[in-house]
Design a protein around this ligand. Structure first.
Ligand code: NAD
Ligand code: UDP
Length: 323
C-alpha cells in the first residue's frame, strides 16, 4: 500500500498521541491537529523531528483545508471533568468538528474514522451492550453535552455516508487507559494511581459497586487501525474495548496492591447520571475486524503505574477557561 496522508484530530491527546506513534512508525505521512485543550505538546514532542510528522495547532470547530487520504477524528475532551468544564464547547467540538472533518473527507475522497463512545448507550438497561442497543441517555443531564454531541456526530457520519458517499468508520470506544492519560483528568484510573502513589486516600464515588470494563491503549489502537483498513462496507458502529468487567472497589484494591500503597479508601458522592454498569459486546469487532483485546487489566495497570511514577506532575496544567 502506498504512503497515506493521514490527519489525526486530537492527535496530541492520550489516544491520539499513541495513534500518531503507530502511524509514524508505519512510515505514513501524519498530520496531528490539536488545540491542546486537554493535552500538551509533550505527548508528541518525540515525534516533532520526524520527517513524516507535522503538528498543527487548530480548533476543529473552525474549518481547515488540508489534502489527506485518511482522517481519524479524535478531537474532543473525553474525561467527565474535562467535557463538563465547558459543556457548550464540548457539544460544538463534537458537532462542528464532525461537520468540518466530514466536509474535508467529502472534498478529498478520504476515509474517515470517528472516535465515538460507549456513552452513546448512556446508563444502559441492556448488559453487555451490543451495537444494536439504542441507549438510555438523559438529554438534559451533566453528561449530555458529551453523550448527545457524540450521538449527533454519529448521525452526521451516517448522513454524509448515505447522501454523499463518504467512506466512514464508526468505532464506539469503551473506557481505555494507559500511559499519557492526563494525570489530572479526574478519570478513575488516573485518579486512583495518582492517589495510590502519593499514599493519599483513594476516592471511590458512591458505594463502588458500579462497574466498567477497561481496555489497554495498545489494544484500542490496534482496533482503530484494523477498522480503518477493513473493507469499505465495514462502516460500523463497532464496539471497541475489553469485556473484562470490574467494580470500582475491585479496581481500587488492584491498584493499591500493584503500587504497594498505604492509601485508605474514602467514599465521595456518586456523580449525577453515573452509569451503573458497562461492558461491551465485542462479537462484531471479532467477526468484522478479526480483533480482540489482549492485555489483561493487571498487566496494563502495571505499565500505567510505571508511566505515572516517571512523570513530573508539576508539568501538567488543568484545562483553561479560554476554550
Ligand atoms: P484526550 O482529552 O486525551 O484527547 C482529546 C484531544 O482532543 C486532546 O488532545 C484535546 O486537546 C483535543 N481537543 C479537544 N477539543 C478540541 C478542539 N475543539 N479542537 C482541536 N482539538 C481538540 O482524550 P482521549 O481519551 O485521548 O480521547 C480521544 C477521543 O476518543 C475522544 O474523541 C473521546 O471522546 C474518544 N473516547 C475516548 C475514550 C477513552 O476511554 N479514552 C472512550 C470513549 C471515547
Ligand atoms: N470514579 C471514582 N473515583 C474517582 C473517579 C471516578 O469512583 O476518583 C468512578 C466514577 O464515578 C465512575 C467510574 O469511576 O463510576 C469511571 O469514571 P471515569 O470518570 O473514569 O469514566 P466514565 O464514568 O466516563 O466511564
Amino acid at each position: 500500500m502506498s504512503i497515506q496522508r493521514i490527519l489525526v484530530t486530537g492527535g496530541a491527546g492520550f489516544l491520539g498521541s499513541h495513534l500518531c506513534d503507530r502511524l509514524v512508525s508505519q512510515g505514513q505521512d501524519v498530520i496531528c491537529l490539536d488545540n491542546f485543550f486537554t493535552s500538551q505538546k509533550s505527548n508528541v514532542a518525540h515525534l516533532l523531528n520526524k520527517p513524516n510528522f507535522e503538528l498543527i495547532r487548530h480548533d476543529v470547530t473552525h474549518p481547515i483545508y488540508l489534502e489527506v487520504d485518511q482522517i481519524y477524528n479524535l478531537a474532543c475532551p473525553a474525561a467527565p471533568g474535562h467535557y463538563q468544564y465547558n459543556p457548550i464547547k464540548t457539544m460544538k467540538t463534537s458537532v462542528l468538528g464532525a461537520i468540518n472533518t466530514l466536509g474535508m473527507a467529502k472534498r478529498c475522497g478520504a476515509k474517515i474514522f470517528q472516535a465515538s463512545t460507549s456513552e452513546v448507550y448512556g446508563d444502559p438497561e441492556v448488559h453487555p451492550q451490543p451495537e444494536t442497543y439504542r441507549g438510555a441517555v438523559n438529554t438534559i443531564g451533566p453528561r449530555a453535552c458529551y453523550d448527545e454531541g457524540k450521538r449527533a456526530a454519529e448521525t452526521l457520519f451516517f448522513d454524509y455516508h448515505r447522501r454523499n458517499g463518504v467512506n466512514i468508520r464508526l468505532g464506539r470506544i469503551f473506557n481505555t487507559y494507559g500511559p499519557r492519560m492526563h494525570p489530572f483528568d479526574g478519570r478513575v484510573v488516573s485518579n486512583f494511581i495518582r492517589q495510590a502513589l502519593a499514599n493519599e486516600p483513594i476516592t471511590i464515588f458512591g458505594d463502588g459497586t458500579q462497574s466498567r470494563s477497561f481496555c489497554y491503549v495498545d489494544d484500542l489502537i490496534d482496533a482503530m487501525l484494523a477498522h480503518m483498513n477493513a473493507p469499505d462496507d465495514c462502516t460500523g458502529p463497532i464496539n471497541m474495548g475489553n469485556a473484562d468487567e470490574f467494580s470500582m472497589n475491585e479496581l481500587a484494591e488492584l491498584i493499591v496492591e500493584l503500587t504497594d500503597s498505604k492509601s485508605t479508601i474514602v467514599h465521595a458522592p456518586l456523580p449525577e447520571d453515573d452509569p451503573k454498569q458497562r461492558r461491551p459486546d465485542l462479537t462484531l469487532a471479532k467477526n468484522m475486524l478479526g480483533w480482540q483485546p489482549r492485555v489483561p487489566l493487571r498487566e496494563g495497570l502495571k505499565r500505567t503505574v510505571e508511566y505515572f511514577k516517571a512523570v513530573d506532575l508539576d508539568t501538567f496544567r488543568a484545562p483553561t477557561p479560554n476554550y
